[in-house]
Ligand binder design. Structure first.
Ligand code: ADP
Ligand code: MG
Length: 693
């Protein structure tokens, strides 16, 4: 086979050898190609480094010189003073450190060093106190003209070696790299060629050069990902004939009669968009996002009843049994007296009941099915599935959404995905980039924002409990949320959910009936605990985050969250959404377990913003995408260079380009062959893309 020179093993490169090759392997670098794609994390700009004679007093500068004198002595008061004198060929500078003799361990006579600090001129000589110190390789610095890429390293490979080896590899091999974007498209996309980009990150000639180079690499990273999504979307649309689900005025009014309220403007728009999608024989793939309490369930039910009116089945899948039951109860309430045959399908049916239910679904006797993702995806055969509503809670993420369409069904159902909380736009474009998006941006009338306070000290904590007591005595109900089931090492508010339950019963809330619910109870115990609370037999419910979503108890107007700093902001917003539903004012107390400035900044966001979109955006900027999505592993996107926070603008541009390439069919042309292959290589399997040429 004709191997590309890029497949050359790095151990054959000059200056590498078997030992370093082994170290490089730990960084995932085996071939020249790997080396070229081992990108610097950052660029150190030393073009502004001065010689001593060029310094100006009292402003922060970096000066370069050679170490000519080292000293460490005891001075007055038992303190020690370490000093290093450097020579930059024109003048000397003396740097001093008090009680930091370890500094001297970092440098030797003759080393080239950089000091960063504010210099002063004293008695005709330059001095710096406590500068930052960095030993450099003078040759390295010359070779890079003062612009030094910084690489992730491992034992056995120094920065200098990494730079030299990479620089050589760029010189010798970059021409062999295939550029997936044809040259004729570079200008249109506003990018430089890939060879120039790889050279520009590893060996930049200017800072601008480096920025343009990185931009190209980020662009490719995003473009390939988004093109994958765009291609998957197209495959979905082309794959299935879907049942047309038209809505007549009669059906519309029959459905609306089910709701004890008028739909809000946002709900109306959502219904409008969904109705238009359903009346089409291409499958709908739509994301419905809204703030907590905006009323997604009603919209979902509307859509399901449309499917049922057209004599197809509809299914609603929730991520947990608790949520499936919650949806079931809500929908049972709304469907009271209706002729729709419906079933709650859980993992806890007896084998016989289960078999019978599955048979009735397969025969088309049941029209509306509610259950968990797991149960439904495993073993349900539908007679004629018209619509699948997936209550996603993000936890399933971009990758595993296609299950319904990729089996060789002749007819694919329409798919409506609902997210439990609003998602910042850039996350939405990636996580849900293959879906059409409907946003409900209003709330049902009469909702008052929850009054939220962040509490640090014991005195305020006691006051808060007093307030909770008072309110509960006056007839309200309260949630107390703990981050975990078991106690940690911490004391006090850091207790586990059971201990908290016990302690509250003996102290702060003595005499009040308190329920307990957490993930380790079995489903019937959980359901019973929820039911007791819903019916008011318990006035306070101590819980882990099983109450996070979907639980709807209008009389519960108080929430106390222990160790609030352990939760993501969107999650906290979701939690407090549980108590903003009735006609009474809701109060949320975020009790911080430990004093921590970043925690304070984060939690204050909830005090300042009442709507979930602002909260999500702030959380995203503060903590990055993984945390907004709640569960890091699932939230992680397969991107190599791009950063969803920093590269938000480029993301928007790139998405438009990706979807254009698919819409115009350019993606299918010969020119795009290499690009298609890259997408297939990176995402084909992950996104279950159809094979292309
Ligand atoms: P979420 O979007 O968080 O899933 P839900 O669908 O659970 O919200 O609805 C929250 C509450 O608001 C429910 O009690 C529901 O009955 C109520 N609700 C929904 N739509 C309206 C409306 N248009 N007017 C009044 N109340 C509504
Ligand atoms: Mg809901």
């Amino acid at each position: 086979m004709d191997e590309s020179p890029l497949q050359t093993q790095v151990r054959f490169l000059p200056g590498v050898g078997p030992v370093r090759a082994e170290s490089l392997q730990r960084l995932g670098i085996e071939t020249v190609e790997d080396l070229l794609w081992h990108l610097p994390r950052d660029l150190v700009d030393l073009t502004e480094v001065r010689r001593v004679g060029e310094l100006e007093p009292d402003i922060l500068q970096t000066v370069r010189g050679e170490v000519v004198e080292l000293d460490d002595r005891r001075i007055r008061g038992g303190r020690r003073m370490a000093s290093v004198v450097i020579d930059s060929g024109d003048e000397f500078l003396k740097a001093t450190w008090f009680n930091q003799s370890w500094v001297l361990g970092k440098v030797r006579h003759g080393d080239a060093v950089l000091f960063s600090g504010k210099p002063k001129r004293r008695a005709g000589r330059w001095e710096m106190t406590h500068p930052r110190i960095q030993v450099i390789d003078a040759d390295d610095l010359e070779a890079h003209g003062g612009l030094l890429p910084k690489y992730p390293l491992t034992d056995g490979v120094t920065m200098e070696v990494m730079r030299r080896v990479t620089r050589d590899a760029v010189d010798r091999f970059v021409e062999h790299v295939e550029d997936p974007i044809p040259e004729t498209w570079w200008e249109r996309f506003g990018v430089v060629g890939l060879h120039e980009a790889l050279a520009g990150v590893h060996r930049p000639e200017s800072v601008d050069d480096y920025i343009a180079a990185r931009r190209r690499l980020i662009f490719d990273d995003l473009l390939e990902f988004l093109l994958g999504l765009a291609l998957r979307r197209r495959a979905w649309r082309e794959a299935g004939r879907s049942p047309r689900l038209p809505v007549s005025a009669k059906i519309d009014s029959r459905i609306r009669r089910r709701f004890p309220f008028e739909l809000t403007g946002g709900q109306e728009r959502a219904v409008g968009e969904i109705v238009a999608d359903l009346d089409d024989d291409h499958a709908m793939h739509r994301l419905l996002q809204a703030d907590v309490g905006a009323g997604k369930t009603a919209v979902a039910l509307y859509a399901m009843l449309v499917a049922i009116a057209a004599e197809h089945q509809a299914v609603l899948m929730a991520p947990t049994e608790l949520l499936a039951r919650q949806h079931w109860q809500t929908i049972e309430g709304l469907l009271e007296g209706s002729r729709v045959d419906r079933v709650l399908l859980t993992g806890h049916l007896s084998a016989a009941a289960r078999r019978e239910t599955l048979q009735r679904i397969a025969a088309g006797d049941i029209q509306l099915i509610i259950g968990t993702h797991a149960v439904i995806q495993q073993d349900v055969e539908f007679a004629s599935l018209g619509l699948a509503v997936i209550d996603e809670q993000h936890k399933f993420g971009v990758i595993q959404r296609s299950r319904f369409t990729d089996e060789d069904r002749e007819v694919s159902p329409h798919v409506l995905v609902m997210t439990a909380t609003p998602i910042p736009r850039s996350l939405c474009l990636t996580q849900f980039g293959d879906l059409d998006v409907t946003t409900i941006d209003d709330l049902p009338p009469g909702r008052q924002p929850v009054v939220t306070s962040v509490i640090w000290d014991d005195a305020t904590r006691q006051k808060a409990w007093g307030f909770v007591r008072e309110q509960v005595t006056a007839g309200r109900q309260a949630f107390v949320v703990c981050p975990r089931i078991d106690a940690g090492e911490e004391t006090g508010e850091g207790m586990g959910v059971e201990q908290t339950w016990q302690r509250l019963g003996e102290n702060e809330l003595a005499g009040i009936s308190i329920g307990l619910v957490h993930g380790r109870l079995d489903i019937d115990e959980k359901a019973a605990a929820m039911q007791d609370f819903r019916d008011g037999r318990t006035r306070v419910l101590v819980a882990t985050t099983v109450v996070e979503v979907g639980v709807d108890v209008p009389n519960a107007t108080l929430m106390v969250v222990h160790q609030a700093e352990r939760f993501g902001l969107s999650q906290l917003h979701q939690l407090r959404g549980r108590i903003g539903r009735g006609s009474y004012q809701g109060y949320c107390f975020l009790m911080a377990g430990r004093q921590d400035e970043t925690a304070a900044v984060r939690l204050e966001v909830l005090d300042q913003h009442a709507d979930g979109f602002s909260v999500a955006e702030a959380d995203f900027l503060l903590r990055g995408p993984g945390d907004v999505l709640g569960v890091r592993q699932h939230g992680e996107l397969p991107l190599r260079v791009a950063d969803l926070v920093k590269d938000r603008e480029l993301l928007e541009e790139t998405r438009a380009i990706a979807f254009d390439l698919v819409r115009t069919g350019e993606v299918d042309g010969d020119e795009a062959g290499p690009l298609r292959r890259r997408v297939q290589e990176r995402f084909g399997e992950l996104m279950e893309l159809p094979q292309t040429g």
